[in-house]
Ligand binder design. Structure first.
Ligand SMILES: O=C(O)C(=O)[C@@H](O)CO
Ligand SMILES: [Mg+2]
Length: 265
């Protein structure tokens, strides 16, 4: 049986951030993920997890200057020292929060990047990810990479599943795995079930949302019951992150999750 994690950067935003943990637990979630923990001390977050009985399942490495539009530094030539520091900081939180995996965002390529610029990003990305995976392995953690759709995030360096597979293969570290976000894959490529089947052994985490509005999974063009059925047949028993923007009140929109123990009221 899959386990559902609430993405607290998107769900339960009716509440202040630290109150979202209790709201998620009350609604039947057993895990949480969110973009970044760094605005809070590990002790504060650990207390929120313990008080609500939730597991921390994922968060991202520091992404560079998010407010200025940066979306990770893992593929950015010249930012290697910053990337290494971000690995250290993320792993410090991962250990404190007992979180088994962290996501390293790739970053953006320049407008109109030519082939040699792309190759420079690729080489930096591979070297940085190898470093991150080896550091994470010392602490028993995984590092994830996630193809993100270029409509929501124009110029994001990692946007296709094949590209991610090639990077995983080239890096060659067993604890570097795929964050498979079905919302992004549907927008860029579709064919969700075949992608899940082909990439199954590399998947370290799954995320879901309705397409194209990124609302609840039962709103939009993806028939998630069929996807969940195939995941069950494939033997997926790990986390599925609910990374969507509720169309209305978070709790009222959880009816889709009743088969997984969510409580809409
Ligand atoms: O945007 C998404 O999708 C995510 O999973 C965030 O963590 C940004 O990568
Ligand atoms: Mg995602």
């Amino acid at each position: 049986m899959i386990r559902l994690a609430a993405n607290l950067s998107m769900l339960f935003t009716e509440h202040d951030f630290l109150e979202r943990f209790a709201a998620a637990a009350d609604a039947g979630f057993s895990g949480v993920e969110y973009l970044f923990p760094y605005a809070y001390s590990p002790d504060t977050l650990r207390s929120a997890l313990e008080a609500s009985g939730l597991q921390q399942v994922l968060f991202n490495l520091p992404p560079g200057d998010w407010e200025a539009g940066e979306r990770g530094v893992a593929s950015l030539p010249g930012r290697e020292a910053e990337f290494r520091d971000s690995v250290t900081e993320a792993l410090r939180y991962a250990v404190a929060l007992d979180c088994p995996r962290v996501h390293a965002m790739a970053g953006l390529i320049p407008e109109g990047a030519d082939e040699s610029t792309r190759q420079a990003h690729h080489a930096t990305y591979v070297a940085n990810l190898r470093f991150a995976a080896r550091e994470a392995a010392k602490l028993g953690r995984e590092v994830l990479i996630e193809p993100i759709n270029t409509r929501d995030m124009p110029r994001y360096f990692l946007s296709h599943q094949d590209q991610a597979m090639a990077v995983l293969q080239e890096v060659g570290e067993p604890n570097l795995r795929l964050q498979f976000d079905l919302y992004h894959c549907q927008i860029m490529e579709g064919d969700l079930v075949r992608h899940l089947e082909c990439q199954f052994e590399h998947i370290g985490h799954i995320q879901i949302a309705g397409v194209p509005e990124r609302h609840e999974p039962d709103v939009g063009e993806v028939h998630y019951p069929a996807v969940f059925e195939r995941l069950k047949e494939l033997g997926y028993v790990d986390w599925v992150g609910c990374e969507y923007r509720p169309a209305g009140n978070t709790r009222a929109g959880l009816a889709w999750g009743r088969p997984f123990g969510l409580r809409p009221e």
